[in-house]
Design a protein around this ligand. Structure first.
Ligand code: ADP
Ligand code: F6P
Length: 325
């Protein structure tokens, strides 16, 4: 039988992502509108275990929708990887009367959410990660802002790269995924895109194309490489050594995770946060919210995480055509 929820907890976990605050805001305000009590949990599962838990009101989330980061802070929690840590987390929920929980984070955080569901706490995951690497959803909160931030910064690198007639290698985030790299490669007009989904990087072929582009009169070369492939500094050194063309590597790093969320991130975050509360109010547990084929839907957490992520061959193939001149 579905159990009636009285108090909804909310936490952010894993790497932060722009738009997490909009998701927290949506959880808080839609839960209050349904007559629920809302508890904010600071620092992810760490704060759950240590009891950094406080009651949230509507005004707790005022003036937050435009802010980057997460007002609840986030963390990675080793203790929560153990059955004892998970039990302590479930016990803490009981101490604070939390019978429904929204976990905003990535796939690791959802594995934790699954454990809490198994321990009797109705738990729902909301996908928040700049990496866009969750199988069941076409969108994860933070991706659009991260890509726009990377794009703007790569445009700047391109300016100086052209002035100096250099080859620039830019490494963008994506622990195991090349979505940010693919998008930046296309929207920044890069000459090469190197991503883990297409592990066919041939350094000699890349160097051959750098030389060929110079012969055609190109003033710079822009190579985007995903963090999951890595090796940007070594690649820059090798290109310079072999071609004699000055080369520089830039690792964009954590700047991609900050900043005010775009409209798209605020919108998806608001809808997904509200959807998660609806699921809890319907008595559901162990679900992950997703945006699939233009609709908000939900999946069993394990099913959602084991679904294969569709990688767009169409975009990749077009990127290859656009690289050539
Ligand atoms: P993300 O959620 O962004 O993928 P992580 O993979 O670092 O980030 O996971 C965030 C936190 O979720 C971890 O620090 C840990 O506390 C919890 N977690 C990750 N995997 C599991 C698991 N298999 N079981 C329980 N908790 C997990
Ligand atoms: O998962 C998001 C992400 O930003 C990855 O792209 C990156 O590999 C990782 O988090 C970095 O995590 P940390 O905050 O521990 O440096």
């Amino acid at each position: 039988m579905n159990k009636e929820i009285s108090t909804i907890g909310v936490l952010t976990s894993g790497g932060d992502a722009p738009g997490m605050n909009a998701a927290i805001r949506a959880v808080v305000r839609t839960a209050l509108a349904q007559g629920k009590k809302v508890m904010g949990i600071r620092k992810g599962y760490n704060g759950l275990i240590s009891g950094e838990i406080f009651e949230m009101e509507s005004k707790s989330v005022s003036d937050t929708i435009q802010k980057g980061g997460t007002i609840l802070y986030t963390a990675r929690c080793k203790e929560f990887l153990t059955p004892e840590g998970q039990q302590r987390g479930a016990d803490m929920c009981k101490v604070f009367g939390i019978d429904g929980l929204v976990v905003i984070g990535g796939d690791g955080s959802f594995r934790g959410a699954e454990k809490l569901s198994n321990l009797g706490i109705n738990t729902i995951g909301v996908p928040g990660t700049i990496d866009l690497d969750i199988g069941c959803t076409d969108y994860t909160i933070g991706f659009d802002t991260a890509v726009n931030t990377a794009m703007e910064n790569i445009d700047r690198i391109r300016d100086t790269s052209t002035s100096h007639e250099r080859c620039s290698i830019v490494e963008v985030m994506g622990r195991d995924a090349g979505y940010i790299a693919l998008w930046c490669g296309i929207v920044n007009g890069a000459e090469e895109i190197i991503i883990p989904e297409r592990p066919d990087m041939d350094e000699n072929e890349i160097i051959r194309r750098v030389i060929e582009n110079r012969k055609k009169g190109k003033k710079h070369n822009l190579i985007i490489i995903a963090e999951g492939v890595g090796g940007s500094i070594e690649l820059a050194e090798k290109i310079e050594r072999v071609t004699g063309i000055e080369s520089r590597a830039t690792i964009l790093g954590h700047l991609q995770r900050g900043g005010s969320p775009t409209a798209l991130d605020r919108m998806h975050a608001s809808m997904m946060g509200a959807y998660a509360v609806d699921l809890l109010c319907e008595g559901k547990s162990n679900r992950v919210v997703a945006f699939k084929n233009g609709k908000y839907v939900d999946f069993d957490i394990d099913e959602g995480l084991t679904m294969e992520k569709h990688f767009s061959d169409f975009r990749y193939d077009i990127s290859k055509l656009l690289e050539t001149r």
